[in-house]
Design a protein around this ligand. Structure first.
Ligand code: 5GP
Length: 206
């Protein structure tokens, strides 16, 4: 399937507290042609989240139905909820030549790398463990136990960093956005993507 898809596929993975969501949001303002996937999840919406915007919020039964009918290109269980990326949506975007970004965890990134060897995987690291802890403390209303659990979960995610093609250290947001934009640009220029997108320039190969 990947051979007929001219769009560039990029995954972005980070522990919570690394600032990934802001980073991706800033990038998509700068790169309006980049499509951001809206995942399916069984976790309940947080305050301010809208169905169809941050996520498609669905019941577990429906998620499992979609999963068992091959509806997801990748899926994972994260913190006791299911998350997945729609196969139909992604194939549609890539087939139309859209560059597409998925914000997914390391388990999903691994599945995408296997299904789409030409995809590009990016990991976002926080600048330091103490800064990560500060960010995870948030508004200071959570117990020490909750914060320790979040920190452990973040470290668990970070231990997969070496599986990724690129790493961004999110110290200063504008730098990090520049770096992510550079990765997107480089990914678009990779041979398989150029070949699929502009076959007319490669007629000398046949
Ligand atoms: P949150 O519930 O805080 O929005 O996300 C929790 C975790 O699930 C984050 O690491 C996020 O990247 C990941 N996630 C969100 N959507 C997907 C998805 O479609 N697939 C996978 N594998 N992970 C996802």
């Amino acid at each position: 399937m990947q051979n007929i898809m001219p769009g560039t596929l990029i995954t972005v993975t980070a522990p919570s507290g690394a600032g990934k969501t802001t980073l991706v949001r800033e990038l998509s303002q700068r790169e309006p042609d980049l499509r951001l996937s809206v995942s399916y999840t069984t976790r309940p919406p947080r305050e301010g989240e809208e169905d169809g915007r941050e996520y498609h919020f669905i019941e577990t039964r429906r998620f499992l139905e979609m999963r068992d009918t091959n509806g997801f290109i990748e899926w994972a269980e994260v913190h006791g909820s299911y998350y997945g990326t729609s196969r139909d949506w992604l194939s549609g975007q890539l087939g139309e030549g859209r560059d597409t970004m998925l914000e997914i965890d390391w388990q999903g990134a691994r599945q995408v790398r296997e299904a789409f060897p030409d995809s590009v995987s990016v990991f976002v690291l926080p600048p330091s463990l103490s800064e990560l802890e500060n960010r995870l403390r948030g508004r200071g209303t959570d117990s020490e136990g909750t914060i320790a659990r979040r920190l452990q979960a973040a470290l668990g995610e970070m231990r997969h960093v070496q599986e990724f093609a690129y790493v961004i250290i999110n110290d200063r947001l504008p730098n990090a956005v520049d770096e992510l934009a550079a990765i997107v640009r480089a990914a678009r220029l990779r041979y398989p993507n150029q070949y699929k997108r502009h076959p007319q320039y490669f007629s000398f190969l046949v």
